[in-house]
Design a binder for this molecule. Sequence first.
Ligand code: NAG
Ligand code: NAG
Ligand code: NAG
Length: 428
Amino acid sequence: MKRSRTFSALVAFVSLFLIFFYSTLHPETTYSLRAGPANLLKHSTLQVHIRDGKSQASKQESVIILPPAVHNVSVSDGLRHTIPQNGAYWNRLLYLAFKNLDREENPFGHNSDWSLCRQTKQEHLQTNMHDFTSYPFLFQDFLQGMNCSSPPVLLNQPNKCPFGDGKNNNNNQTFLLFTIKSTPRNFEQRQAVRETWGREGMYKSGLRVRTVFLLGSSPLEDPDLSALLAFEARQFGDLLQWDFHESLLNLTLKMYMFIQWTVKYCPEASFVFSGDDDVFVNTPKLLSYLQSLEPSKASRLYAGQVISEATPLRDPKNKYYIPLSFYDGPYPPYAGGGGFIISGALMQGLYSASSVIPFFPMDDVYAGMCFKALGVSPETHQDFKTFDIKDQDRENLCVIKNLILIHRRSPHQIKKLWKGIHNPLLTC
Ligand SMILES: *[C@@H]1O[C@H](CO)[C@@H](O)[C@H](O)[C@H]1NC(C)=O
Ligand SMILES: *[C@@H]1O[C@H](CO)[C@@H](O)[C@H](O)[C@H]1NC(C)=O
Ligand SMILES: *[C@@H]1O[C@H](CO)[C@@H](O)[C@H](O)[C@H]1NC(C)=O
């Protein structure tokens, strides 16, 4: 009698344990079911293969091999060393993606069906992040849409970069593509950029510069600017817009879209700039820097102002708040999102890395993670100032003439600085 009671207590205990165990492992059990078909570009032949090592140790170093034309991309080693495996939700999602890669299963968490990707149940998120309900509202919202990666295209420029049957006249090939994060209402900023540092055309030594602005959609409460934007897009041919709401936490999605767009529509660009519409760029200086690079450097460049030892901010009131139960670990070194430069040759690898690594709510940190996965370290360039420069230098043209990028300028200041650094009478 006594024995059978002990036995049923044991059974009850074991089942409780199993229930608990499965509920904590929930993402794992649903992962492979949920992983939809990879959201691949039709024309690109991106595929994921696994090269299995013989021993346990080399298994750690599974490699994503892209088709012959593209160099091999190892997605896991560097990132595995940087990001700890622990109980935080994002960390678990990442290791789940690694595991699926190792097992040759579909590692892609991104959901290609935009209308279904937000159907995650609240309970799922609550089970996985015990304090989910105390997360700031926008953060909860980010989590619900975390797998959404294929917003409808509202404005496109498929012919932006004329490419590439190889017979293309060299001077049509894009040397530098500016991709500039903007928002629907920032018309004045875009115009200032078009008239100054983002001007498209041929620069010294026949270097071709092209520009696109990246837009999401306005919040519903805002006035409808779509007719104006359609006009602007026709007039200037430089707007890309997707149907997701503009917000800080959607910037990673915007980045994913621009990577995808570049791989598809501007694959021959030698360099790609990613940055904000309120920075000032000294384009001639940037071009001569890029032109001076050794070929080995030029094909693996990720440069800007590097933030090398950052960790998540845990104050819920901070704009960049990251809850501990969501992410636990340091950030890999990354280039400040105000403006950085990438080799065009890395875009395809970046695209495959960003198709595997779950979206992280800070776009520049996310870029750092993807580059880490590619084994590319960000390089500090002293002349990128994504944080502000000394007050007394803010208007000093002699200082600014020697910088490549300065953070945060109004459209008016951008025009003034551009004119200033081009003034032949400027003596420094
Ligand atoms: C996102 O996808 C992963 C992997 O498929 C899954 O485990 C997770 O529950 C999904 N998250 C949301 C919020 O839908
Ligand atoms: C160069 O690009 C323009 C469009 O920007 C196109 O009209 C022209 O035919 C192209 N020239 C060559 C040689 O490809
Ligand atoms: C991101 O965009 C989606 C789609 O428009 C929207 O539902 C969501 O609220 C946005 N996310 C945030 C955090 O604003």
